[in-house]
Structure formats: C-alpha cells, structure tokens
Design a protein around this ligand. Structure first.
Ligand SMILES: [Zn+2]
Length: 46
C-alpha cells in the first residue's frame, strides 16, 4: 500500500491513475493519492 512521504500514512485508494510509458519500455501505472492529513503524492501502483 502506498505511504505518504510526508507523514507516513497509508492510503488505500488512489484519486486517479495513469500509465507512464517511456518509448520502448514497459509502462508503469502511477496513481495520485491523497492521505488523511491532506497531502497529495504520486506513487507507483502495484
Ligand atoms: Zn500525509
């Protein structure tokens, strides 16, 4: 589960996700998360 880099809270649900796919590479799915303390951060979605 992604953790907020500022306060360490675990966030289960992403606000949105998108795929980051550099040319010639397999893409990774990135999610935008909001922690209970109001911080926004991006993390790779497993
Ligand atoms: Zn936080």
């Amino acid at each position: 589960m992604p953790k907020c880099p500022k306060c360490g809270a675990e966030v289960a649900k992403s606000i949105k996700t998108w795929t980051l796919a550099p040319k010639g590479r397999k893409g990774v799915e990135i999610g935008l998360f909001k922690c209970p303390n109001g911080h926004y951060f991006r993390a790779k979605v497993a």
